[in-house]
Ligand binder design. Structure first.
Ligand code: PLP
Length: 393
């Protein structure tokens, strides 16, 4: 016998992956200049020069056994210390190296935290739509129940009234992703403060803490000087899941961390349970070369000029044509209302008529919308504009 739910997850490729595979197939058939692939969130700017320089220097100057060896499960002391200092300098919190647990990116960070908080099968983790679709298997395959809060399609800020209606004594945590995939919206300080007040009230009422799990792979990807409030500064029972996949353009290198602030309720127990969950998944000791790189490059930030240009071009051009777009403040996604209201039908039409690959946001808990990843070449965006226009005609 084979585990049925794992089989199903393996057998059904995600919509995003299917569109991406279709794009590769069409590119071989009709040529790359006739395929407009907005499916995948794969960074299109290079890693900062300091990252590649560090990799070379580490390989050339350090002992190979040490570079490629196992590290402590929680990560190298130097990497944890560098991140702690960077966070403390930027956000003014007393961050300690031992509050950080290095992971192979945000996905295993999230799974470890979810597993650690899934006290029993009735434990609920709330997902605020629109949300990253992988949250669903992360929650449902790791011992908890996902409770989906429908989006506020007026502002795409936190849907607080709906959240309050769905919160329950079984709620263990709420996953908050800002800047948001797929809307590009940054949750305002005001709405996060309102969320914090609600959770403090409900935690008191239910007699146990309700944690915020802050999923932050896009923290550094912001435009026009927008502020991304650091949630532990607003709500103390927050656990941060961070990734360098997008901020340093290193998605294939698998490196990130969990930060459990020492002032969070039951911080030590929670940190220990996260370490245990990572052990169960076999996700201890993320790539040691990358940990050495982070020890040197924790303060590096991406050059966002190319994403910002794409953002302006795509948002401006589609809005001028009559598409209704959510104005992205961060990340590299544009959320667009599907003309006619049926996102799956529109995505199909765009694919079949124009080789234009747009992801229906239904899987993100946001039916009627399409997600466009603009981490692509500017040239592709320019070439794709007539296709968008033709679809409206
Ligand atoms: N969370 C969100 C919101 C994402 O968009 C992604 C990846 O696209 C992840 C988590 C997983 O990132 P990682 O590559 O660090 O596992």
């Amino acid at each position: 016998m084979i585990n049925e739910s794992c089989y199903k997850l393996g057998a059904e490729p995600s919509v995003i992956r299917s569109l991406f595979a279709y794009g590769l197939q069409q590119t071989a058939l009709v040529g790359p200049e006739k395929v407009f692939d907005y499916s995948l969130g794969n960074p299109s700017i290079p890693a900062p020069g300091a990252v590649n320089a560090s990799i070379k220097d580490i390989i050339d100057s350090m002992d190979s056994i040490q570079v490629h060896g196992y590290t402590m499960a929680a990560g190298l002391a130097g990497a944890r210390q560098a991140v702690a200092e960077d966070l403390e300098r930027r956000f003014g919190l007393p961050v300690k190296a031992q509050e950080l647990f290095f992971t192979c990116g945000a996905a295993p960070a999230l799974i470890s935290v979810i597993k650690a908080l899934a006290a029993d099968v009735s434990s609920e983790i709330m997902l605020l739509a629109p949300f990253f679709p992988e949250y669903l298997p992360f929650v449902e395959q790791n011992g908890a129940r996902a409770v989906i809060v429908p989006p506020d399609t007026g502002s795409f800020q936190l849907p607080l009234a709906r959240l309050e209606a769905l919160i329950s004594p079984r709620t263990q945590a709420i996953i908050v992703n800002s800047p948001n995939n797929p809307s590009g919206v940054i949750y305002s300080r005001e709405s996060l403060e309102a969320l914090a007040a609600l959770l403090e009230r409900k935690s008191g009422e239910y007699g146990h803490p309700i944690y915020i799990v802050a999923d932050e792979p896009y923290r550094e990807l912001v435009y026009d000087g927008a502020e991304v409030p650091f949630i532990p500064c607003i709500y103390k029972n927050t656990v941060v899941c961070y990734s360098y996949s997008k901020s340093l353009s290193l998605p294939g290198e698998r490196i990130g961390y969990v930060y459990v602030p020492g002032f969070a309720r039951d911080a030590q127990q929670l940190y220990t349970a996260i370490a245990g969950a990572a052990r169960v998944m076999g996700h201890v000791c993320p790539p040691s070369l990358m940990q050495l790189v982070i020890a040197r490059c924790a303060g590096e930030r991406p050059d966002l000029a190319a994403y910002d240009e794409n953002r302006r071009l795509l948002y401006g051009s589609l809005s001028a044509m009559g598409y209704q777009c959510v104005n992205p403040q961060g990340a590299f996604y544009l959320l667009v209302k599907a003309p006619g209201g049926d996102s799956i039908a529109f995505s199909e039409k765009a694919r079949l008529q124009q080789n234009l690959l747009l992801v229906p946001a239904d899987g993100f808990g946001c039916p009627g919308y399409l997600r466009l990843s603009y981490c692509v070449s500017r040239d592709m965006i320019e070439r794709s504009l007539p296709a968008f226009k033709a679809l409206l005609g």
